[in-house]
Design a protein around this ligand. Structure first.
Ligand code: B4P
Length: 188
């Protein structure tokens, strides 16, 4: 199995690059953001609780996203591998993912970190907000809150994988195709 994590702040290009990686490597895409938005759309209890937090730019509880990932791993035992997009976002989620993969005799091969400046992130997300209809893309204060949440809770996850020699940084500003080529080089 090829298991990789696409890491980076909100708007770094994780969703954009995931689509290209999946097409090339036939991996199953696990985006916790997409899974949560699907729960919201279906109006489930989980979705209603998550929406309140997501609309404020806050992370949803670790137990919720870990449970969702566990279910998806169980459903896809025969997969060629997984791309984790937007997960793990806390060290607790990273530890839970390691435990889950170990129980299947698997592990993460590489974490690819897309590096983008805060001003570029803000511009991209405000631009996406014009058409995405996503409440969390609608105003500058909320986007800054998401970036702040990333800086305080999510950046330690990079250190977690760095200490396992699995973190590779990729410049996330530039042409989408060039960034994709840098990612494929990092996957090896
Ligand atoms: P996500 O759905 O993961 O949202 P995101 O970080 O905004 O998306 P992404 O980074 O994939 O967007 P992309 O760059 O592709 O999370 C949303 C919320 O869900 C979180 O705030 C949190 O509340 C909750 N959540 C999700 N996972 C969680 C977890 N594990 N734990 C707790 N809570 C969790 O796209 C951005 C824009 O940039 C697009 O318009 C794109 O076209 C553009 N773009 C991409 N690459 C570009 C490039 N190279 N140049 C110019 N523009 C580019």
């Amino acid at each position: 199995m090829l298991n990789l994590i696409l890491f980076g702040p909100p708007g770094a290009g994780k969703g954009t690059q995931s689509e290209k990686i999946i097409a090339q490597y036939q991996l199953i895409h696990l985006s916790t953001g997409d899974l949560l938005r699907s729960e919201i759309q279906q109006g489930t209890d989980l979705g209603l609780k998550a929406k309140t937090l997501m609309d404020q730019g806050l992370l949803v509880p670790d137990e919720v996203v870990i449970g969702m990932i566990e279910n998806k791993l169980k459903e896809n035992r025969q997969a060629a591998g997984f791309i984790f997009d937007g997960f793990p976002r806390t060290v607790k989620q990273a530890e839970a993912l390691d435990t889950l993969l170990t129980s299947y005799g698997e592990s993460i091969q590489v974490m690819i970190g897309l590096e983008v400046t805060d001003e570029e992130l803000l511009a991209r997300l405000l631009n996406r907000g014009k058409t995405s209809g996503r409440p969390d893309d609608q105003n500058e204060d909320l986007i800054r809150k998401r970036i702040q949440e990333y800086n305080s809770k999510t950046t330690p996850v990079a250190d977690y994988y760095r200490s396992q020699d699995k973190y590779v940084a990729v410049q996330g500003i530039g042409e989408i195709q060039e960034i994709f080529q840098a990612i494929t080089a990092a996957i090896g």
